[in-house]
Write a protein that binds this ligand. Structure first.
Ligand code: OAD
Length: 235
């Protein structure tokens, strides 16, 4: 069995790439085809709520149209089920593929595509349908108050207290499928290392800070993740 007792995993768009969801920074990625300032900032929503809602409506429709968890999501959920130590999965992804795979101790630090939020009350509502920018909110009745439950640039990620606690307690930190371009997630490995943890990167290619990890393995997540997790349990 492994010498680790407390594992934190951080996932990014790369873990969902083989399920058919575009990453952000690839040549065909979401940020190649859209300007961040047009669809992923609070100012963009103020300026053009129709465009922002349409962007997330399209992402939501795609997610609900045949996209499924891949072997990387499934391996993480299976590992959590059988692992005797503490396990925290932090994801930057807004898709629901980790929960569909069966992951339980999961923190969506950048929000969730299948939820919308009232800007006034902060109340969350499940959402599987397109949202119109003039739709009346179910809690306050006002038009235009419903926004995607997604953390936009300039906003503070969710669950930061829980994440910082988990990082400062962990002895193994595994970063999967993230380019390491967006803070604070890009700095999590340093927090974990500062607390004495071993930091491992599993990615298609070296990330922005790949050389600073203690160990790095490169290849598709669907192959790397099951293999690496099996190596932890010796199975
Ligand atoms: P990126 O698109 O920046 O990076 C995805 C990473 O996954 C890259 O390093 C790829 O090499 C890697 N990758 C691609 N396919 C892979 C595969 N099959 N197996 C393993 N790795 C693969 O996405 P993130 O790092 O997740 O934030 O981006 C972080 C944040 O930036 C996102 O959460 C989003 C974005 O702006 C917000 O919208 C707030």
């Amino acid at each position: 069995m492994s010498r680790y007792n407390n594992i934190v995993v951080l996932t990014g768009a790369g873990v969902s790439a083989e399920s058919g969801i575009n990453t952000f920074r690839a040549a065909d990625g979401l940020w190649e085809n859209h300007r961040v300032e047009d669809v992923a900032t609070p100012e963009a929503f103020e300026r053009n709520p129709q465009l922002v809602q349409r962007f997330y409506n399209e992402r939501r429709a795609q997610l609900l149209n045949g996209i499924k968890p891949n072997p990387a999501h499934l391996a993480l959920a299976e590992f959590e089920r059988t692992w005797k130590g503490r396990f925290t999965l932090v994801t930057q992804n807004i898709d629901d593929l980790h929960e569909r795979a069966g992951s339980r101790n999961l923190l969506h630090m950048h929000g969730e595509l299948l939820k919308i939020r009232c800007r006034k009350s902060g109340r969350l509502f499940p959402c599987r349908q397109p949202v119109a920018s003039d739709q009346a909110c179910s809690c306050c009745g006002q038009m235009g108050n419903l926004r995607p439950h997604v953390v936009w640039f300039g906003e503070i990620p969710l669950y930061m207290e829980e994440i910082e606690q988990a990082l400062s307690d962990c002895d193994l930190f595994i970063s999967i499928g993230t380019s390491g371009n967006v803070y604070p997630a890009a700095g999590f490995f340093q927090v974990a290392k500062g607390a004495g943890a071993t930091a491992v990167e599993l990615n298609l290619e070296p990330s922005a800070r790949g050389s600073h990890f203690d160990r790095a393995l490169y290849g598709p997540a669907s192959q790397l993740v099951p293999r690496f997790l099996q190596s932890l349990t010796g199975s």
